[in-house]
Ligand binder design. Sequence first.
Ligand code: FNR
Length: 378
Amino acid sequence: PEIYLNGLADQTPPFTTDPTRLAEAARERLADGPYWYVAGAAGSGATERANRAAFDRRRLVPRMLTGATERSLATTVLGEELAAPVLLAPVGVQGILHEDGELATARAAAGVGVPMVLSTASSHTIEDVAQANGAGQRWYQLYWPNDDDVTVSILDRARRAGFTTLVVTLDTWTLAWRPRDLDQSYLPFIRGVGCAIPFSDPAFRAGLAKPPEEDVLSAVLKWVPTFTGTDKTWDRLPFLRRHWEGPIVLKGIQHVGDARRAAAAGMDGIVVSNHGGRQVDGAVASLDALEPIAAAVGERLDVLFDSGVRTGADVLKALALGAKAVLYGRPYAYGLALGGEDGVRHVLRSLLADLDLTLGLSGHSSVAEVGPGSLSLE
Ligand code: FNR
């Protein structure tokens, strides 16, 4: 009804309601650097395109006369009740996109009732984002530092700031070959909208000769070896368990064998993700990896999904293939760039409305009813 009433009052949305046109809208408004930071992918963009093609290959099969006028999007993930099977994916350095950055995202997420996953590379501090998020639900995404003191300090701050679940991103132990970022000489730190950790974290600051306020370059030079590198292996996971009481989720899983290892290591969940095609160019489409992974470990841990989700139908397809919830990435980042808090709210409300309608019109009253049968002709 809101849509018809807005039409009568001659009110139009702040920008397009079509998630597939957000990039185009952002292209018109953003400078090259911020635009390509979001829109860019690894290498030739083959995996980013494959992510979308995998959605396009699958089709929902609607059922009739199911009485789906009353619907619920509610679900439970990792013991936490969610209003919908959707979370905001961690997106770093949001200060590049809007001056309020993660604070705007946190406010919008809390208002709409969708949990946010805060990136380690956030432009605003853990504590400030938590305050902006208020009574909202928040998870923390860890880029796992090589310095254990820094890790423990960050985890402790996140726990005290009310973050419930830890999402450990495994696929970005170094940034991939991203031609678009390289073309822009993308240096967010030096532009002054970089990551808050070097400035805010006592353990990180302790290792610097001069405070980052006085010597940004040294802070950047310490950031790189602290947050990149390959010394992490499966046998290091108990360390995280010792320092985090809540659920732990591994993000970036694409292989059934790795999903099994996560389950064997006692992890609570995984995110089947290829980072939106931003890491390994030529990697498998994330949606193609989802079905065999969910079949192998879905009974033992909660399987979440991201990379390529744009519409309500996409969310339903991921659920049908075994995901318990999805992480929404680039679309809300464009929303933030286009309209700050209002922009993120517009993108999120549009997704949830689309999801609700498509759920009902395909014959389901609740997300629990969505399964392999939702994609099957018989
Ligand atoms: C990301 N992603 C990401 N992931 C993460 O774990 N930590 C991070 O800091 C970031 N930063 C980030 C920045 C930008 C601009 C983008 C687009 C993505 C990956 C993100 O969480 C998610 O996996 C992808 O965005 C999913 O792909 P789609 O749906 O955006 O195509």
